[in-house]
Write a protein that binds this ligand. Structure first.
Ligand code: AKB
Length: 317
């Protein structure tokens, strides 16, 4: 597929780090321009600093690198957003507007990550359907609902080829999450491998939808590479991998590390988690563009522990 240059915003974040590397593996290092407000990370071969609120710089980079696609990953997540709601709203919304306007002006394909955070306490929590009540209880969730609607609007009014999924919590070993409610499911593995007790900020039975990073990257690329007529939902697709509770993931880790201990000290993030679904019905993604997850809790746990053991062994030697 002819992609031109692909620009990634938020490329140094949890998903951006891994997605950028995979895009470079597929399309070539010089075909992917990584951008972030932070300095270049380790895999940033072709990197430019970019604040997504800086519309002029965004336009200049699109022209300079002949950009054809944007993966717009820069955003403030659920927990961090609650510390400073107006700032989170500004970054999440004004940033998206800049991307959608640029896409309209330059005819770009856009990926917009939405989230299970679009749902709230009025939504059915089990097998949450695609078309459900969207009354989120965080500024992050409100910005994602608005963002989904703006994506659909730009598609319908201006023909912008924008595509989106509602990510569950993402678990991976290559990068760390920052500021989310599902972050515990990554942190817990690091503590386990380091032989430390983990203090979990959610209750033991707080079930949430989760997905392993390779599944998340594959879903993103499968959606972006699907023929336009297959992408029938232009707000955002429900997407499911697996789901589990802190107690279940702790038990799964203990199968590999029997002495691993978890204590529980729920904080404000428990209330956010309680407003989100336990599991997701992703029937439309399966039907429209063939989505199928590959990793369950057992596979995620074994793979995470293997890679993190290698990582920590290499960092001490
Ligand atoms: C968060 O916890 O805020 C994110 C998400 C589910 O969108 N990981």
């Amino acid at each position: 597929m002819e992609t031109g240059t692909i620009l990634v915003t938020g490329a140094n974040g949890q998903i951006g780090t891994v997605l950028t590397a995979e895009l470079r593996r597929r399309y070539g290092a010089s075909a992917v321009l990584s951008t972030d407000i932070r300095q270049a990370g380790s895999n940033n071969i072709l990197f430019e600093e970019l604040d997504v609120l800086d519309k002029e710089r965004l336009s200049a980079l699109i022209a300079k690198y002949e950009v054809r696609q944007i993966y717009h990953l820069a955003a403030i997540l659920s927990a961090k957003g609650e510390q400073n709601p107006k700032w989170a709203w500004e970054i999440n919304m004004a940033g998206l507007f800049n991307i959608l306007e640029a896409a309209k002006d330059h005819g770009l394909r856009v990926f917009f990550p939405s989230s299970i955070a679009v749902f709230g306490g009025m939504t059915p929590r089990v097998n949450t359907p695609q078309y459900a009540v969207l009354q989120p209880e965080t500024v992050y969730g409100i910005s994602k609902v608005a963002g989904e609607n703006w994506c659909q609007y730009y598609h319908q009014k201006y023909g912008v080829d924008v595509r989106s999924v509602r990510y569950p919590g993402i678990i991976g070993y290559e990068s760390l999450p920052g500021g989310g409610t599902t972050d515990y499911a990554v942190e817990i593995f690091h503590y386990a491998v380091k032989g430390q007790t983990y203090e979990c900020f959610l209750e033991p039975d707080s079930r949430l939808p989760m997905m392993y990073m390779p599944d998340a990257i594959r879903a993103t690329l499968e959606l972006m590479e699907a023929p336009p007529e297959a992408v029938k939902i232009r707000s955002s697709y429900n997407l499911a991998g697996t789901n589990f509770t802190p107690a279940e993931i702790a038990r799964e880790i203990q199968k590999h590390i029997p002495g691993f201990a978890v204590t529980y000290k729920p904080d404000f993030r428990q209330q956010i988690a309680a407003s989100w679904p336990e599991s997701i019905d992703d029937g439309y993604a399966r039907e429209h563009w063939g989505w199928e997850p590959r990793y369950g809790l057992a596979e995620i746990t074994a793979d995470m522990l293997e890679h993190l053991r290698e990582y920590y062994a290499a960092s001490v030697s």
